[in-house]
Design a binder for this molecule. Structure first.
Ligand code: ZN
Length: 77
């Protein structure tokens, strides 16, 4: 849960590396958008279940009190 709370605090867009050229920046943005579309961490506020989905969806317990967090926000390791 500590990691999850940390991520929620950093839910804004990541800082854009300044050294990127315009075409590289475009690729970077596409990559993030792609990851964002297909890797959403879902966390149920009711039963605390966590899973990854390609789109926001209700929990297996039937609850719709679900948080959706894009996985690209996760640091490696
Ligand atoms: Zn649930």
């Amino acid at each position: 849960m500590k990691l999850l709370l940390l991520l929620q605090q950093e839910s804004a867009m990541p800082e854009i590396p300044r050294q990127l050229k315009p075409d590289e920046l475009h690729q970077w943005q596409l990559a993030i958008a792609e990851a964002d579309r297909h890797n959403i961490l879902c966390h149920c506020r009711d039963c605390d279940y966590e899973w990854v989905a390609s789109k926001p969806e209700p929990c297996q317990c039937g609850s719709k009190q679900v948080e959706h967090i894009a996985c690209w926000q996760f640091p490696d390791g």
